[in-house]
Design a protein around this ligand. Structure first.
Ligand SMILES: O=c1ccn([C@@H]2O[C@H](COP(=O)(O)O)[C@@H](O)[C@H]2O)c(=O)[nH]1
Length: 232
């Protein structure tokens, strides 16, 4: 069976747990995501540990954000790990995004538009008043203009972003919660089915899978629900 377009966020406190989660979910999902917690604790070796022998895609979610030369150096440094995706913050600006794209030509640079943990009140206090989708669409257009081939946004904005950037850009959506799951620290959320329906290509799901008693079964259940949705 084709693995579902899900990136499981391996936000684990130790490498053994992350590798166990990865081996449980990889029969069901296309991608595993390494974030700051694991990478800062274990360094570059973590990528090979979670990739294993499975051939699963690796999404390196480091959210680079610095001056262009520094981001270029960092992107070049991690490109040798051959991640499928690497994140940068779109708010770093066009030159910074372009620097990452040029430094890591074989890696899909994914620009994070507006963190899914931010609600409209937060955005107002940050001087970005207005619907989140306005800022997300502006940043999405800027990032694609600078060469990003993937974007990170909430599923709530996926349809608007798709309309803005067209079909060739990979849309990645965290902030995904199966019906009945707690939002936790996520503010702009939708269900996996809604995210897919809105045009997302890859759904980032962490705690609803990794916090389940059986992460493999939780991933399989969400994957099956998405397949039913796609078939119906
Ligand atoms: O805007 C963003 C960008 C990245 N993330 C990351 O996705 C996962 C979400 O995990 P959950 O447990 O499903 O909430 C996490 O690793 C974040 O760093 C995001 O949530 N929002």
């Amino acid at each position: 069976m084709t693995p579902a377009p899900i990136a499981v966020a391996l936000d684990a406190p130790d490498l053994e747990t992350a590798a166990r989660w990865a081996s449980l979910v990889t029969p069901h999902v296309s991608t595993v995501k390494v974030g700051l917690e694991l990478y800062l604790r274990y360094g570059p070796d973590v990528v090979a540990s979670v990739r294993g022998a499975s051939g699963v895609q690796v999404f390196l979610d480091l959210k680079l954000h610095d001056i262009p030369a520094t981001v270029a150096g960092a992107a070049r440094a991690v490109a040798r790990l051959r991640p499928d995706f690497l994140t940068v913050h779109a708010t770093g600006g066009e030159a910074m995004i372009r620097a990452a794209v040029e430094a890591a030509p074989d890696v899909r640079i994914a620009a994070v538009t507006v963190l899914t943990s931010l609600g409209e009140e937060d955005l107002g206090r940050m001087g970005l008043a207005g619907p989140a989708s306005d800022a997300v669409r502006r940043l999405a257009a800027l990032a694609v203009g600078a060469g990003a081939r993937a974007l990170v946004c909430s599923p709530q904005e996926a349809a608007a972003v798709r309309a803005e950037v067209g079909p060739s850009i990979t849309l990645i959506t965290p902030g995904v919660r199966p019906a009945g799951s707690a939002a936790q620290d996520q503010a702009r959320v939708a269900t996996p089915e809604q995210a897919l329906q809105a045009g997302a290509d890859l759904l980032v799901i962490g705690r609803p899978i990794t916090g389940a008693p059986d992460p493999g079964a939780a991933a399989a259940a969400i994957a099956a629900a998405l397949r039913r949705r796609a078939a119906g």
